[in-house]
Design a protein around this ligand. Structure first.
Ligand SMILES: Cc1cc2nc3c(=O)[nH]c(=O)nc-3n(C[C@H](O)[C@H](O)[C@H](O)COP(=O)(O)O)c2cc1C
Length: 349
């Protein structure tokens, strides 16, 4: 059965699915595809609050957004409530975003050594202070994303979720793994169910949802108000359509090979246009825009083609793929091997 719309403050999300923020992946071109394929809410990758306040070129590139992807959230990391509030004010001023999300879950050393990301979970009261500071600076809804704890020996998600709600946040997304487990291992759905039962703000469940059946199972087992999908959406923006179709009781038409090819081409061409913007920000350019975009696209490409028999050969010659023509002929060879007389291995450089 279709879940009710998700309300984040006054923001209504009709289909309660969320694209997880993923550094290096959830840029504007990818978010646009997910939004078009029924993702209810998309998120930027995490951006440095200090970079926002300085309007650093790289940070502003991460904050490129489009009306066609809305609703879209901007995720910030930082340790200083005042800097976070100032960054949120700058983001609101851009007029492109629908909410501000605070990263309280990232375990990478670059972030935790600054006392930000998941390090904030050690100080629930500071998270509350941060939310209050941001809320007094902006009208946009404020949300947070956490882990279930730092490690199995440091489980304080109840306390953290309490501080987040008391601070005035309008939604909490929980990645149901410990920070010490990074992104591997099973997600702890019991922890999601517990926090959902303890809190009144919407709780979004995240971790290990690979398909529509997983999304439904997580909702049924935990009662969460929405589902956040990360890695399963890479190379498969259709996963959101699959979830929406299941909830609406409609059959889901899986993409054909032609649909897949079209999506890959569109994604890559949009990425090249997006990289043109990046080049405006970059002073030194080692590669052409097309080369940089094709290199960046490799992660997506392999995921779009996962499961096809030619993928192994493609992986071996990935380093030799630099242009749109290279990418698309590799795609054609993997999707329609029978049309290509030469074996893929013959192209290896
Ligand atoms: C490559 C990568 C980058 C990520 N970057 C971020 C990030 O910028 N901000 C964040 O809150 N979480 C980040 N995450 C965590 C995801 O948002 C998500 O919580 C995690 O992948 C678990 O969801 P999944 O099992 O559906 O992939 C990242 C994960 C991956 C794999």
């Amino acid at each position: 059965m279709k879940p009710p719309p998700l309300w984040i403050g006054r923001l209504e999300i009709e289909t309660p699915t969320v694209l997880a923020p993923m550094a290096g992946l959830t840029d504007l071109p990818f978010r646009l595809l997910c939004a078009r394929h029924r993702c209810g809410l998309v998120m930027t990758e995490v951006v440095n609050a200090q970079g926002v306040t300085r309007a650093s070129a790289q940070t502003m590139y991460y904050l490129e957004a489009s009306p066609d992807e809305r609703p879209v959230g901007a995720q910030l990391y930082g340790a200083d409530p005042e800097v976070m509030a100032e960054a949120a004010r700058c983001i609101q001023e851009l007029g492109r975003f629908d909410l501000i999300d605070i990263n309280c879950g990232c375990p990478v050393p670059k972030i935790i050594t600054k006392g930000a990301g998941v390090a904030l979970m050690k100080q629930p009261e500071k998270i509350g202070e941060m939310i209050r500071a941001i809320k007094s600076a902006v009208d946009l809804p404020v949300t947070a994303k956490t882990r279930i704890g730092l490690s199995p020996g440091e489980v304080n998600i109840s306390e953290v979720a309490h501080a987040i709600e008391e601070g005035g946040a309008e939604m909490l997304a929980i990645h149901a793994r410990f920070a010490s487990h990074k992104h591997s291992g099973p997600a702890d759905w019991d922890a999601l169910a517990q926090i959902k039962s303890e809190r009144s703000i919407p709780i979004i469940g995240n971790g290990g949802v690979d398909c529509a059946a997983d999304a439904d199972a997580m909702r049924a087992a935990t009662g969460v108000d929405g589902i956040m999908v990360g890695r399963a959406a890479i190379g498969n923006p259709w996963v959101f359509e699959e979830i929406a179709a299941m909830w609406e009781g409609r059959p889901f038409e899986p993409p054909t090979l032609e649909d897949r090819r079209d999506m890959i081409e569109e994604h890559l061409m949009t990425l090249i246009a997006h990289f043109d913007k990046k080049n405006e920000y970059r002073r030194r350019k080692k590669n052409t825009t097309e080369e940089s975009a094709c290199h960046h696209f490799r992660t997506h490409l392999l995921k779009y083609l996962r499961g096809h028999p030619g993928i192994g050969s493609l992986m071996k010659r990935l380093e030799g793929i630099h242009t749109v023509t290279d990418v698309m002929s590799a795609v054609d060879e993997v999707l329609w091997p029978e049309r290509h007389t030469e074996p893929l291995a013959a192209h290896q450089t």
